[in-house]
Design a protein around this ligand. Sequence first.
Ligand SMILES: [Zn+2]
Length: 353
Amino acid sequence: MSIAKRMYYQAARLVNLSLLKGAAPTGILLPYHHLVSDEQVPYVKHLYPYKGVKAFQRDLDYLLKHFKPVSLQEVIAAIRRQAPLPAHTFLLTFDDGLKEVAEVIAPLLRQKGIPAAFFLNSAFIDNRSLFYRFKISLLVEALLQPQSRATLDALAEVLAQHKNGPLPGVASPESSRPETLIQAVKRIRYHNRALTDAAGAVLGIDFNAWLAEHQPFMSSDQVRKLVEEGFAIGGHSIDHPYYQDLTLEEMLRQTTASVDMLAERFGLHYKAFAFPHSDAGIPKAFFDRLLQGPEPAVDVIFGTNNQRRDIYPGILHRFNCERPELDIAAAVKGILIYNRLQKVRGQSVIRRD
Ligand SMILES: [Zn+2]
């Protein structure tokens, strides 16, 4: 986090919450997380930071003290009735369907009686495939260990081969330095994700064997138990692409395939979706196709645009709440001040073409 951002949150922390409580544009606080763990999780630690159990518990207590928890089902019921969302409330959401949801997060929420929604990728449930970003984190982890010169040269060769790959042109002594290779591996995107497997082969990582052994995602049985307990689930695409890189038809397919699979497998009476990565630049046509008409394909869509309003009431925007260096009071007040400033500037509603 930049110094300016840190200073902003430190200042925000000093503001009295009661002055800000009404600032959420839709009345509801929508923090999102992926993971809560006291462990160093090697397949996540090079992607984003996350909080430990104690810090997360403190966050929950703060939210409960100042806001009322609501479930995704209540939010959807309000949207279906075309009613305003309940004010001074919060809805917790968690993306990517990690096993820590069932093993760490849900037990803590159960204890405190807090509902939540979990957004899952249909290709990852039951550990049938491994998220390419997790492979990137594992590759970085391997590159932080001593590797032979021959291995590093071979990896540079592999990463330079791909036409739009992360290392331009021909491998050189410069490009096979571990730091350069780490930066290159981090630049691998969805469209050239096959490079993660090629890089894994060079570094002696068999991702299929790794997946079978470590099983980072929830099983269908674990998800079923969450649903039986009243927790909500929703789609998060098939395999977590950047929607900005997809055609409209591919975006729709990734969305409905994940949402419909969950509804069918777990007998859901609602359909919810949360964008993987970001919803920036997604055309209006996408939302028209999913949310409009007598029988909308999806009840609610969650983006990551910091609680702003969108073109339809069925689109809600969340904010990141899992940075360990920010306690919840600073994160909540920071986002509410931001929401108020946007309102003053007339920017609290997103435009889509
Ligand atoms: Zn995600």
